[in-house]
Ligand binder design. Structure first.
Ligand SMILES: Nc1nc2c(ncn2[C@@H]2O[C@H](COP(=O)(O)OP(=O)(O)OP(=O)(O)O)[C@@H](O)[C@H]2O)c(=O)[nH]1
Ligand SMILES: [Zn+2]
Length: 188
């Protein structure tokens, strides 16, 4: 799985603790560098994953209508501040030529893309582009709703403010009625 340089992270965290005026040798924080290194290995494990790999296997199923997996929870880390942003992703596509993927693979793709230093816009477009490239559907659409901790616990301090991003490709980009249908299924 993911391999990060844990020793380097531990050194960096010890330096940060020192720099903010903590005593890195205080009992309570003595193991913190190690814990943070382990945590970063987990939350950044997506850097070693390619979301497209989840769409290698397709089922042959004669369903050329909307497939939507909605309310997929995700946690990511804002690349500007390295604090979390989190929310839900809704992933839809219209299969073509019987190329249907396992439903869990749509959630796995979101997970792989979220577990990196990220921007919400990039999560949205990377997932939709992976689907378009590997499944070659008529169309695909991803909507992501998230709250950014860099906008709540610091800076502009606006808890509750939600960011919604959308990426639409293929027939769903061209056909407003089909797009509205997906949105109504998401219940906007
Ligand atoms: N477009 C986009 N912006 C983001 C995302 N996550 C965080 N940001 C923004 O990134 C910007 C970074 O702005 P800077 O001015 O460089 O940093 P800053 O001084 O910490 O900004 P403030 O948050 O306004 O205090 C902020 O406006 C954040 O709200 C994201 O996923 N997408
Ligand atoms: Zn941020």
């Amino acid at each position: 799985m993911s391999e990060v340089n844990r020793t380097q992270i531990e050194e960096a965290v010890r330096l940060i603790l020192e720099a903010v005026g903590e005593d890195p040798n205080r009992e309570g924080v003595l193991d913190t560098p190690k814990r943070v290194a382990k945590m970063y290995e987990e939350v950044f494990s997506g850097l070693k994953q390619d979301p497209k790999e989840y769409f290698e296997t397709v089922f042959s199923e004669d369903h050329e209508e909307i497939v939507l997996v909605k309310d997929i929870p995700f946690y990511s880390m804002c690349e500007h501040h390295l604090v979390p942003f989190y929310g839900v992703a809704h992933v839809a596509y219209i299969p073509r030529n019987g190329r249907v993927t396992g439903l869990s693979k749509l959630a796995r793709a979101v997970e792989a893309v979220a577990k990196r230093p990220q921007l919400q816009e990039r999560i949205t477009s990377t997932v939709v582009d992976a689907i378009m490239e590997k499944l070659e559907p008529y169309g695909a659409m991803v909507v992501v709703e998230a709250e950014h901790m860099c906008m709540t616990m610091r800076g502009v301090k606006k808890p509750g403010a939600k960011t919604v991003t959308q990426a639409v490709r293929g027939s769903l980009a061209e056909d407003a009625t089909a797009r509205a249908e997906v949105l109504s299924l998401i219940k906007y």
